[in-house]
Design a protein around this ligand. Sequence first.
Ligand SMILES: [Zn+2]
Length: 137
Amino acid sequence: MNYDELVQKAIEMTKMSYVPYSHFHVGAALLDKNGKIWTGCNIENATYGATNCAERTAIFKAVSEGVRDFEAIAIVGGPEGADGSPVLEEFCPPCGICRQVLSEFCSKDFKIILANKKGEQKLFTLAELLPESFSLK
Ligand SMILES: [Zn+2]
């Protein structure tokens, strides 16, 4: 499957990041099983602990609208450049909390696409990035 559209939406979302503390922009685009794309950006907070990641912003938007079945997520991120726009040259893997939240709603073969502005992509399954995850199911 071609994830270019998903990656493009994730790149666009880095412009929406609210990152006055870290100046590190992250965008995510989550594809549900009906083909709809849910987007998210990271949203920081002065307390730091109340910060929300781009991946969780996207999945919480979808779940809060009744959607719980997902195919894939594209994630991009990087620091702010001198002109204030994000430099997206490296891959930006999801943090541990986001991996756990994804595991609540996504199967082990759910696809995680890491991308950059150089056009490179790395494809993982959720099981690869979070083996032996905690679950009550
Ligand atoms: Zn995270």
